[in-house]
Write a protein that binds this ligand. Sequence first.
Ligand code: URA
Length: 429
Amino acid sequence: MTPENFDAVDVIAAKRDGHRLSTAQISWVIDAYTRGVVADEQMAALAMAIFINDMEPGEIADWTQAMIASGERMDFSSLSRPTSDKHSTGGVGDKITLPLAPLVAVFDVAVPQLSGRGLGHTGGTLDKLESIPGWRAELSNAEILHQLEDVGAVICAAGSGLAPADKKLYALRDTTSTVDCIPLIASSIMSKKIAEGTAGLVLDVKVGSGAFMKDLDKARQLARTMVDLGTAAGVKTSALLTDMSTPLGLTVGNALEVRESVEVLAGGGPSDVVELTVALAEEMLRLAGRTDVDVREALADGRAMDAWKRMIRAQNGDPDAPLPAAEHTEVVTASETGVLSRLDALAVGVASWRLGAGRARKEDPVQAVAGIELHAKPGDQVSAGQPLLTLHTATLERFGRAVEALEGAVEIGGDTSGLRDSVVFETIT
Ligand code: URA
């Protein structure tokens, strides 16, 4: 057996005592953890030491590179068109990937969206698409390349070969209260995106109650860290800071979000979803060198819809089949008349999750039909007794705990001075 270059206890002690870890220490500890030589409890201690003592930019870059090196890297250089991708840090009602990928593909820029399933209150893109009859998430690398060349957009499951160290570490962080840490979030996201091989990357960094980052300063710091990591690795990277204090659009939950995405692709849909889809598409296209395009026109004239249908059919889905609908619905009404001043994203996300739209453990199934429809958004005038939310589920017993999650989530007649017209706060390049 070859001797190990370092001792895990020494690496943990160095970070515990506030020292910078060397490149060699970092590359060893990630590799040894992936091989099972560094135990889960040792990595948990190291993650907590990083959480408490932070990492310098150079350490974060080394950590990211080591996680990339733990697995395979995809290569899209054989494609005839440039690639550009988007990653969202996760939110409630965030269905933007669905209209965005085919919209960008209209302009001959390929979108390799390797996505995940949802965990906790944020929904997963694959869970949403799986509510389309026949649609298949798992593709081989050869199928991904073929679809990118043929259709220009693919949304599929990220294979287990990309950054396997992150997969292991993320599960560990989830159970040791070390998720909410900028160096670990930034390296986790960027290792997967850099390994994916996209040439351009736009990060949608969410801010607000339904997001990891509750305030703008923290979100800015996360965005800056990720943009710098991507740029240093040769990926053209930028970030949009966007609102996640209230759900995006008027639907939360898998089939409901697909329905709303199709409305956007048909030239309609809620204004915040359209605004964010257009802003992200323009930024992705800018990174790919396409600045002279009219993105809104491609939504209005059916080209984005055509690309969507081709993308869904390429993965065995039937884009014209009816989406499943819930057997049970319950309406929550406004308690008074006035301006809706708050509709909390986190509470709506948790309620939707409890209705069956999300999972508590990664092996749990999700209900395609579960979720919540919003009938008003912050800033709208509402009247006492009018429907505010419709809750959907296949399981009647789920209503009670979902309604409990909504307690205190709705405010009518409160301060509206903090409400913004735009969902996009700023761009970081
Ligand atoms: N998403 C990831 O992929 N990793 C994190 O650490 C947080 C969000």
